[in-house]
Design a protein around this ligand. Structure first.
Ligand SMILES: [Zn+2]
Length: 403
């Protein structure tokens, strides 16, 4: 689809691929070689330039590798890895790469036509990538509908219908899947009894050559449905890679492939349950540790028990809070924790009878150091913007409780 809407241009480069997609070796005249001889213009070429979603061909011109082919309108530029001198030259395109592109592109026409035939869903975009291809449709389809489209596309592959190219005047060309706004001669790709599309791309000559058509990932993109698909050997290789991945999962669970999804889901569920239980136990343990810490801490002259914890990396805030709660659930207790980092943070918790308002004290201390924070009478937290001032914050908090 798309491409140059299939319009045939009369220009300096004769496009041999317009009439023969199977031409892999040809001779041509180098009529210009600029950029030190590495930007090459031929009088005729079978190299397809990047256009309309289909990538460019690679191959060789003389002994030089063709690394990119660009459509400049009337001319086609071949970017080579080594300089080319003007004159007659033998050229060859990388056939496996080109044929793969033909399979994907013809497969796209087929799939797009089937989606219109079955659901009236028009294709609004096409991209042929190195790994997979995708079409965007402006409709929403269910998995079941797409499975039916995949089946229908493969049936038409098995029917081995002819795919032909015709050149028709735009004013007389009827029955196109997508109306062309071009005037003059259109290049039209016909899948017998199914599809007529204006297109400048390279195509196989019968649907059988497309090989298997495999629909994979579906994605919502800008309000459209993006359908990833693969044809030919790409589909076979992908299916095999999928099998390998599934087989590894099956071996991990020591189960049959078909049982792997249910088993994986059950494992995730049980892991979530275990994680919840672990967190609950960790909180309970932290509270017990807080009480133990209280027992092990001697009261100061005023009868207040104070601990300062410099929290180690990897210890969760939830755990520290639980320890603080366990500590300050006892009489005359104060718990200060410092979380170091780019923005040091402090937690202050006090027992109801500590004679200190944690929120007020902490707010005053962090404000002095340019930070922010606050909280209730018993628990407060805050942070400061200076990474090196963490200890200063701790000292300020200790001073407010007479230490
Ligand atoms: Zn096309």
């Amino acid at each position: 689809m798309g491409l140059e809407e299939g319009r045939v241009r009369v220009g300096l480069t004769e496009r041999l691929y317009y009439t023969d997609s199977y031409l892999r070796e040809f001779r041509a005249n180098v009529i210009e070689a600029s950029d030190g001889g590495c930007r090459v213009y031929l009088d005729r070429t079978a190299f397809y330039p990047a256009s309309g979603g289909q990538p460019f061909d690679t191959g060789t011109i003389g002994d030089a590798a063709v690394i990119e082919v660009a459509d400049e309108g009337d001319r086609i530029a071949h970017i080579t890895g080594a300089p080319i001198t003007p004159g007659d030259v033998g050229c060859a395109i990388d056939w496996p790469r080109r044929f793969d592109h033909m399979q994907q592109h013809s497969g796209q026409h087929l799939l797009s036509a089937v989606l219109v035939e079955l659901y009236g869903a028009a294709t609004v975009g096409f991209h042929l990538g190195a790994e997979s291809s995708a079409i965007d449709i402006g409709a929403s389809l269910t998995d079941i509908q797409l499975a039916a489209a995949e089946l229908r596309a493969n049936e038409i592959v098995f029917e081995n219908r002819p795919v032909s190219i015709s050149f028709e005047d735009a004013s007389a060309a009827g029955g196109l899947r997508k109306a062309s706004e071009r005037e003059g001669t259109l290049r039209i790709v016909n899948i017998e009894g199914l599809d007529r599309s204006a297109c400048g791309g390279t195509h196989v000559c019968s649907t059988g050559e497309i090989g298997p058509v495999l629909i994979r990932k579906l994605e919502r993109v800008h309000g459209n449905l993006r359908i990833e698909f693969l044809c030919g050997l790409r589909a076979v290789r992908r299916a095999h890679a999928d099998y390998d991945a599934l087989a590894r999962i099956g071996r991990t669970f020591s189960c049959a492939l078909d049982d792997a999804p249910a088993l994986a889901a059950a494992q995730v569920q049980s892991l979530e349950t275990a994680e919840k239980a672990r967190r609950k136990a960790a909180i309970e343990l932290a509270q017990v540790r807080g009480r133990e810490l209280y027992e092990a801490t001697a009261p100061d002259a005023a009868g207040l028990r104070v601990v300062v914890e410099r929290v180690a990396a990897g210890v969760s805030e939830e755990e520290v809070r639980s320890r603080a709660r366990g500590f300050t659930a006892q009489a005359r207790a104060c718990f200060i924790a410092l979380f170091a980092g780019a923005r040091p943070a402090a937690l202050m918790a006090v027992s109801a009878d500590a004679g200190v308002h944690a929120g007020n004290v902490l707010k005053a201390a962090v404000t002095c150091l340019g930070g922010r924070g606050g909280g209730s009478a018993q628990v407060a937290q805050g942070s400061i913007p200076a990474p090196e001032a963490g200890e200063e914050l701790v000292s300020a908090l200790q001073r407010t409780i007479g230490r």
